[in-house]
Design a protein around this ligand. Structure first.
Ligand SMILES: Cc1cc2nc3c(=O)[nH]c(=O)nc-3n(C[C@H](O)[C@H](O)[C@H](O)COP(=O)(O)OP(=O)(O)OC[C@H]3O[C@@H](n4cnc5c(N)ncnc54)[C@H](O)[C@@H]3O)c2cc1C
Length: 440
């Protein structure tokens, strides 16, 4: 097993995949250490989702807030909805980081497009039209997807895309491997090794065996719930205090009209929606329905009789309300976490749910059938903030040659989909590291 390289990248998700690709293309010897497996079978089924998800998807905060992430090659992009969003204004206005060039590169390298209307017929177009009739401003979203590979009436993005239509960080990992990078799966990094204030490698677990890997440069991309505990276990206790998770609720109801295939389950997730409330009220809206098994579990969390809604699943229209939350709670060195929701977070969720309800009724859902699901989180981050734990170039303030480059570094919640911004940040970091190397 390879144990030494120019650079060790911890994690292979949106952050790790991008930095590994960029640095290996620049000729560096890159070693990618990934905690999860390299799942390939049963894509698009509940089984693949359960195998890829952390703790079978049953990961909860101390308070009981469910939070999803995937532990597999490609990280959470294996289960994401594939929706693209530009970096929020605070990245440039408050941090002074201009990602415009890198975002264009991300668009080009991943093939971002809007899906054609024939894939959106039914719930997506009906909800968009109803919202716009009410005076809202819904639009077709940009997607990390190749519509030519999309199956009609498929919404299995979150189960691991079965057709390969969705771009995932695995593509970047594959490209990195074409440039001689090495990927090791089943390696859970425990801590960063350092001497005289400089990173010298990492110590990791393979099963119960502890293994040391050596490199002069270490980049942590273990994600919003992964990087801070590694820093804690390396003696950096500033990490982990205060996180965001972008809390979300699904609001759905039974369509009462005659249109065939009206359920949100017949369209790719999050393909239309609106960002219009994001800056002013702190929430985004977009049609999204859980796969049927998860739908039943979430309905059971509302109340046991609600599980029977599964019989209306194909007529179920559903809108996700996702809010930009306040920083709160902590991730601990053992990866347990707390995340209390503030009154302001709950008010944003309420307001988004109220607008969603109005749109669902306008689109033809029976008012009495409308149900609001439990609050969940899907975008953890913020535990290794720029300015506190890392500097503006993402280098640790405590250990030289150690970088953190994933969703952990944002000092506030993005409130919008994260992948494009994380990928662009990693392209920027790669340019910085290559420049340092060339200057030597
Ligand atoms: C259901 C769902 C839908 C989503 N939809 C969208 C969407 O449409 N658009 C969007 O932009 N975003 C979406 N997101 C969010 C997005 O997927 C994540 O925010 C993004 O992937 C974060 O990138 P990351 O690099 O920080 O972490 P990740 O992509 O999660 O990667 C972290 C990697 O580190 C590995 N790792 C963790 N700990 C260790 C360790 N100790 N040692 C070694 N490896 C480790 C993990 O296995 C994983 O591979 C969604 C997320 C979910 C769960």
């Amino acid at each position: 097993m390879k144990r030494e390289a120019d650079v060790i990248v911890v994690g292979s998700g949106a952050g790790g995949g991008t930095i590994a690709r960029e640095l290996s293309k620049a000729g560096l010897d890159v070693l990618i250490l990934e905690k999860g497996g390299n799942h390939k079978r049963f894509m698009g089924t509940h089984l693949s989702a359960a195998l890829m998800a952390d703790n079978l998807g049953m990961r909860f905060s101390v308070e009981g807030l469910q939070c999803f992430r995937a532990l597999t090659t490609g990280g959470s992009t294996m289960m994401y909805c594939g929706t693209f969003a530009d970096p929020p204004p605070f990245i440039k206005d408050k941090l002074g980081i201009d990602l415009s060039a890198e975002i264009e590169e991300v668009r080009r390298d991943t093939g971002v497009v809007k899906l054609p209307e024939n894939l959106l017929e039914g719930s997506s177009l009906m909800l968009m039209e109803a919202a716009n009739r009410l005076g809202y401003h819904w639009e077709i979203f940009d997607k990390f997807m190749d519509p030519a590979k999309c199956k009609r009436h498929c919404s299995d993005c979150m189960l691991g895309c079965p057709t390969g239509a969705k771009w995932t960080a695995r593509r970047f990992i594959d490209e990195a491997r074409e440039h001689e990078a090495t990927l090791l799966n089943g390696i859970s990094v425990e801590q960063v090794l350092h001497k005289n204030g400089r990173a010298t490698g990492v110590r990791a677990l393979r099963g119960t065996e502890l293994i040391d890997f050596r490199a002069q440069l270490v980049i942590l991309c273990a994600g919003g719930l992964g990087s801070a505990p590694i820093l804690n276990r390396s003696g950096v206790w500033a990490a982990g205090r205060g996180i965001f998770v972008d809390p979300l609720v699904f609001v759905g109801g039974v369509y009462a009209g005659d249109t065939p295939r009206p359920g949100t389950c017949f369209n790719p997730n999050m393909s239309v929606g609106t960002w219009e409330h994001q800056q002013s009220e702190g929430f985004v809206l977009s049609p999204l329905q859980d796969p049927w098994g998860i739908f039943m579990l979430q309905m059971a969390r509302v109340s046991l009789p609600h599980v029977l809604k599964i019989f209306r699943y194909r007529r179920w229209m559903s809108i996700m309300v996702k809010v930009k939350d306040d920083m709160a709670g902590e991730i601990r060195h053992n990866e347990t976490f707390t995340k209390p929701l503030s009154d302001a977070d709950l008010a944003r969720l309420d307001r988004g749910a109220q607008v969603s309800r109005e749109i669902l009724i306008k689109a033809g859902c029976r008012e009495k059938s409308i149900v609001r699901g439990p609050v969940r989180g899907a975008h953890p981050g913020g535990a290794c903030r720029i300015g506190e734990v890392v500097d503006i170039n993402l280098q640790s303030k405590h250990i030289e040659n150690l970088y953190v480059s994933d969703a952990s570094v944002f000092p506030e919640a993005l409130g919008t989909p994260v992948v494009a911004t994380v990928a662009a940040m990693n392209k920027r970091l790669a340019k910085h590291l290559i420049k340092i190397r060339e200057a030597r």
